[in-house]
Ligand binder design. Structure first.
Ligand SMILES: Cc1ncc(COP(=O)(O)O)c(C=O)c1O
Length: 370
């Protein structure tokens, strides 16, 4: 398969481990092994101490899938396959799509959500966010039809942080039901909802003809474990996923499975601090943009760990990001990495040193632009 470069990941490969500050990451700071083990009960600790590094069960170890199922209301362990998040996306596109199939995906989006399908020859229609960074159901209604085979969703959304209301999510599912469309719901930022009243359920708990993806990388702050999972009621898909995976990872890393199990058992101890950090940083960012009303256009999101701001510096976002990383060592993600014009920057809210990095950016901007 010929596939275009994953622009965002290539950009991270260039700067993630060389820039002094990361002001655009979508993951929250990684928790330490000590932190995970400090939460473990004696039995969980024993599981870790007695861990052996043979192959693991292909669809994910029973104990892990049982624990994952607790996060859903209709999903039992046999409806789950555990794999790395990117692998899940790659496999699902491959088993769901044929050349010429019509697919709807949000725009902007994490590139692998559409690029794999583009390489498979799918015909794309994009559900664009409007200038206020929101996705409107009326816009989806205009492009969805009985020709649509797959609807790809990502809520909370990377990069805008958009989260639909419960009523809007139901409307989307009603549309998919009416046209008999399968939904692939990328929920990598699940539970990172800034205010609990805006919480939404997983799509797989609302709609049988769907698959939902979640994992340890974003909400849990455990990206280095490389553990994610797909939940679906469709037994035929689970069989196909299992067969396809035999050509990729085959099974998961044993240490990642045990540590994910422990983290899931204590999920609030991972997610709640991340939400507090995101909310704190969001407030700081709000004050920052208020200082630069001529330079930035900002709409406050309800979820996720990123925001998307429109910049009006007179430079393209790519030029600006390159200048900033080279002059003051702060990595920003320009919207060119999302195939989304040249005017936006993604800002990541999940890092402890956000105030420090933003202060340096602030000093730089006030010197050059105020
Ligand atoms: C929407 C979305 N889906 C999937 C992924 C992939 O997660 P991971 O990097 O842990 O494979 C990401 C990572 O940024 C993402 O933002």
């Amino acid at each position: 398969m010929l596939i275009e470069d994953f622009k965002l990941e290539r950009y991270f490969a260039k700067y993630e481990f060389t820039a002094k500050y990361l002001l655009s990451s979508s993951d929250c700071d990684g928790y330490s092994l000590d932190y995970i083990l400090s939460l473990a009960t004696p039995d969980e600790q024993k599981l870790w101490n007695n861990l052996r590094f043979g192959y693991t069960e292909s669809s994910g170890s029973d104990f892990l899938r049982e624990e994952i199922s607790m996060q859903y209301s209709t999903i039992s362990a046999d409806k789950i396959n555990v794999m790395s998040p990117g692998e899940a996306n790659f496999i699902l596109m491959n088993i769901l799509l044929n050349s010429g199939d019509e697919v709807i995906c949000q725009r902007p989006s994490y590139q692998s959500l559409y690029q794999v399908a583009v390489s498979l020859g799918a015909d794309f229609k994009f559900w664009d966010c409007r200038s206020d960074n929101k996705f409107y159901i009326q816009d989806l209604e205009k492009i969805i039809s009985s020709k649509t085979k797959l609807l790809i969703l990502n809520f909370p959304h990377n990069p805008t942080g958009f989260v639909p209301t419960n009523a809007e999510l139901k409307q989307i599912i009603e549309l998919a039901t009416n046209y008999n469309i399968f939904i692939f719901s990328d929920e990598m930022y699940r539970r990172l909802i800034h205010d609990e009243k805006d919480e939404i359920p997983s799509v797989c708990d609302l709609y049988e003809n769907s698959a939902s993806l979640w994992g340890m990388s974003k909400s849990f702050g455990l990206a280095g474990l490389r553990i994610g999972w797909v939940c679906t009621h469709r037994k035929d898909l689970l069989d196909k996923i299992a067969s396809f995976k035999d050509y990729l990872s085959i099974c998961n890393n044993a240490a990642g499975e045990v540590l994910s199990f422990i983290a899931l058992r204590h999920w609030r101890d991972f997610i709640t601090p991340n939400k507090s950090k995101i909310n704190r940083n969001k407030e700081i960012f709000k004050k920052f943009v208020a200082k630069y009303v001529d330079l930035f256009e900002y709409y406050e999101p309800k979820g996720g760990s990123t925001v998307l701001v429109r910049q009006n510096t007179g430079m393209s976002s790519y030029e600006l990001a390159e200048k900033i990383v080279n002059e003051i060592g702060i990595m920003l993600v320009p919207s060119e990495m999302f195939d989304y014009g040249e005017q936006h920057l993604r800002i990541g809210l999940g890092r402890e040193n956000f105030p420090e990095a933003l202060k340096i950016f602030d000093d730089y901007l006030s010197e050059k632009f105020l």
